[in-house]
Design a protein around this ligand. Structure first.
Ligand code: PHE
Length: 447
């Protein structure tokens, strides 16, 4: 039994906005573009789109369904539902690995959120004005080379996250997402327009949509699936936690479709904005995590009105990162609040401080610890790889298997308002297509 009455979203719209706020973040812009670049372009994009549709959608629905039925933190929700249905209590592990993933991801996510904050300030002070790619590369390099600066920005970002989460989950989020998300979309469209003027838009289009299947390896497919999980905030207990605040009257499938389309459109727009600039300036798309921080400032530094657009872009990116980061801290806090005597504020502070400390280890891998490797990866890459390629898919797999195989079929059909052919389609996708897809990708990726 949870020890307090569980809150509910004030309206359907708030829930959609909060879910979209979680999904849309650095993953759509920073991570999507650099993963596309690193993985060679279009084939990655198309596999990613397939993963989003065939695996992402059913798992998103499954997570919300578990959360709404359980009305508790992800671990208790899974444990209770399993017990009620006469299944092994070990299902609670699915909830636990989700919360662990959220914790690990936030630690490095906050470091990138810090970069975004720092670039917001850099845009105001005109730091990028007139810079070429070498100049912006040097600015980014000096940020990465300074553990002090990185710590400062990471701390500032994390402090914002802790402050917002400590105040409670529904307050303030709705207004922020409602106004800022459309702003982000408009700005991305402006940037895509700018990309069209560079003379390299066609090249970017081909890079993103004309696949070279010969370059596809198991690793690329696994990376694409990891990106699908990451960008939709799946496999982390987040959507389960959000679902636990959800009223009975919300259509899970319809809402999932809305959130997924929005998330995907933003990622594709980001790619169409970023790659023309990459090619126009003779940069390599495979520049790694620094990609947008090196190439976008070149565009902002050299276009009319670039200073104000740059400021708006990094500000909106920071907000998008914040709404996602809030959702990453939420399951950790929800769990601590319900399982320990800590108050919400205390739980937020303790959980946030632990995340912050791990983030310090992540940011040191860009400088003093750059040669400290585990399995050939530095701490930052290890956290990212371990979570997106392992924990998230496996947790998501657990969620969909549980819903498709352990819960009663008719009950799920009623809850999703499905019948006839559409119910059979859901059933086949949830039971076979999505889980087998995850397993096949996972196994081939590891071979
Ligand atoms: N999905 C968000 C993004 O794409 C970030 C996020 C990742 C949020 C993982 C929660 C969990 O940026």
């Amino acid at each position: 039994m949870s020890k307090h009455v569980h809150a509910q979203w004030s309206s359907k719209m708030t829930f959609v906005l909060a879910a979209a706020g979680s999904a849309v973040g650095l993953g759509n812009i920073w991570r999507f573009s650099y993963m596309v670049g690193d993985s060679g372009g279009a084939a990655f994009v198309l596999i990613y789109l397939a993963c989003v549709a065939l695996v992402g959608l059913p798992i998103l629905v499954a997570e919300w369904l578990i959360g709404r039925r359980g009305q508790e933190n992800p671990i208790n929700a899974m444990a209770d539902l399993a017990r009620k249905g006469g299944h092994l209590p070990a299902w609670a592990l699915v909830g636990a690995s989700g919360v662990l993933a959220a914790f690990l991801i936030l630690s490095f996510y906050s470091v990138i959120g810090g970069w975004s904050l720092s670039y917001t300030l850099g845009s105001v002070t005109g730091r990028f004005t007139g810079q070429d790619a070498d100049g912006t590369g040097a600015i980014f390099g000096s940020l990465l080379g300074s553990p002090g600066m990185l710590t400062l920005w990471h701390t500032a970002f994390m402090a914002l996250v802790i402050w917002i989460v400590a105040r409670g989950v529904t307050k303030g989020l709705e207004g922020a997402v409602r106004t800022l998300m459309p702003g982000l979309v408009v700005l991305l469209i402006v940037l895509v327009g700018y990309g069209m003027t560079t003379g390299h838009f066609g090249e970017a289009l081909a890079f993103m949509f004309r696949p070279d299947w010969s370059a596809v390896t198991g690793g690329v497919v696994l990376a694409a699936m990891g990106q699908a999980f990451f960008t939709l905030s799946l496999g982390m207990g987040i959507m389960m936690a959000y679902g636990s605040y959800l009223g009975e009257d919300v259509s899970l499938i319809g809402t999932a479709r809305t959130v997924i389309i929005l998330d995907t459109v933003i990622a594709l727009l980001a790619g169409l904005a970023i790659f023309p600039i990459v090619f126009a300036n003779g940069m390599s798309p495979a520049d790694g995590p620094g990609l947008i921080f090196i190439n976008l400032p070149v565009a902002f530094g050299n276009m009319t009105g670039g200073m104000i657009l740059g400021l708006m872009f990094f500000l909106l990116l920071t907000f998008a990162a914040l709404t996602s980061a809030i959702s990453l801290l939420e399951p950790v806090v929800e769990l601590m609040e319900e399982r320990t005597p800590l108050s919400r504020v205390a739980a937020t502070l303790v959980g946030g401080a632990a995340v912050w400390a791990l983030g310090i280890a992540a940011l040191m891998s860009f400088n003093v610890w750059d040669s400290f490797l585990i399995f050939g990866l530095n701490v930052f890459d290890l956290l990212d790889t371990f979570t997106s390629k392992f924990l998230l898919p496996l947790t998501g797999l657990g969620a969909i298997l549980f819903v498709a195989w352990c819960l009663d079929r008719q009950g799920v059909a009623d809850e999703l308002a499905l019948s006839g052919g559409r119910e059979r389609l859901w059933h086949v996708v949830a039971r076979y297509v999505a889980p087998i897809g995850v397993i096949v990708v996972f196994v081939t990726g590891l071979l």
